[in-house]
Design a protein around this ligand. Structure first.
Ligand code: NCD
Ligand code: ZN
Ligand code: ZN
Length: 348
């Protein structure tokens, strides 16, 4: 059991079950932020070109491992990017590798680097059957891409038009509904039973869509799925702090160069790896639920992925600090979420 007082909290070292590390110099620059807080992370495969083969995931993993700072224990958990052409045999190779822990579905066009994603899940039936058979989780960016559907409704429509039919056909397929943003998604996961869970970001627990437009357009608060109304934020906070093993931590930390965020057509993604646990502690504290943080951050994820819990601990202290205005990352600059703001919790 964790110790929890209003002033500090010590919990089992957490994991990040949804993370973008990118590659090359950017990856080497952002990785220490994640490795300082988390024991492991599910590393998203939406590189350019995407990580579609087990052999590519093995090579990407080696590049990440080579960039882990001296003396830091961190384990990258790899994923493959599902395409219309992913072969069922590739799923078996992925499973046998022991290093691939999920297959990521990006509906084509839904988000950053999703052009090679799936245009219609009907192309993937045999591959999904292989996943169901070997117990390989399907990780979902759960938004439809139909341009006639309102941007704010794309997650709710995805549940009805993609997720419910998929789970009717493949009830034993393990699914992680990634970065959920709506009360509909939280309710669906809670009520549906079976092998489904969801990750929730810190920013969707802390902010509603007003944040994007406060005093002017604020591109660093733009991510996909986009922030929603306050009623949805409250539903997510309730799910995250409920103690349910179906909800766990996934930051969706997604670094983009400053110039591509502060742009006429800015990229989607919030950079939170620097201060992730501080943000989650802040969110849980607003509803007096710090006692549930360990379940959400350190226990429910390993249980779902059938991995052991981490052995070490981290301590968060109520102690204010100011997030840097920007970070020098590789040969560019990344602006973290909350740049220049003072946060109430600090990781020791
Ligand atoms: N969340 C985002 O807004 N962006 C992510 C992609 C994703 O997770 O959808 C990225 O890779 O930048
Ligand atoms: Zn996504
Ligand atoms: Zn993501």
């Amino acid at each position: 059991m964790s110790t929890s007082t209003p002033e500090h909290i010590t919990i089992t070292r957490p994991d990040d079950w949804h993370l973008h590390l990118r590659d090359g110099a950017m990856m080497a620059s952002v990785l220490p932020h994640t490795a300082r807080q988390f024991g492991r992370a599910i590393v998203m495969p939406n590189l350019k070109p995407p990580v579609t083969l087990t052999s590519q995931a093995i090579a990407y993993r080696q590049r990440i491992v080579a960039a882990i700072p001296e003396g830091v224990a961190f384990e990258p958990l790899m994923t493959l990017y599902l395409t219309n052409n992913t072969a069922p045999d590739e799923i078996r190779r992925a499973k046998d590798s022991g290093i691939v822990h999920g297959i990521k579905l990006y509906p084509a066009g839904a988000t950053t680097n999703s052009d090679a994603g799936v245009s219609d899940l009907d192309h993937c039936t045999k591959t999904l059957e292989a996943m169901q058979e070997v117990g390989m989780p399907l990780l979902l960016h759960g938004e439809v891409t139909d341009p006639s559907i309102d941007l704010f409704d794309r997650e709710a429509v995805f549940i009805e038009s993609v997720l419910i039919p998929l789970r009717r056909d493949m009830p034993a397929l393990k699914i992680v509904f990634e970065h959920i943003t709506t009360s509909e998604a939280a309710a669906y996961v809670t009520q549906s039973g079976g092998p489904i869970a969801a990750t929730i970001t810190a920013h969707h627990l802390l902010y509603n869509r007003n944040e994007i437009f406060k005093g002017g357009i604020r591109p660093h608060y733009y991510c996909l799925p986009v922030l929603k109304r306050e009623q949805h934020r409250l539903a997510l906070l309730k799910a995250a702090t409920s103690g349910s093993p179906q909800f766990f931590l996934g930051t969706d930390s997604a670094p983009h160069p400053k110039g591509l965020k502060e742009h006429a057509c800015g990229c989607a993604g919030c950079y939170t790896a620097l201060h992730a646990m501080e943000l989650y502690a802040q969110a849980f504290d607003t509803v007096g639920a710090l006692g549930q943080l360990e379940q959400f951050a350190s226990i429910s994820g390993p249980t779902f992925y059938q991995l052991p819990r981490n052995t070490g601990t981290i301590t968060l202290r109520r102690s204010s600090w100011t997030v840097p205005a920007e970070l020098a990352v590789a040969d560019t600059t990344v602006v973290p979420l909350n740049a220049g703001e003072t946060l109430p919790w600090k990781l020791e």
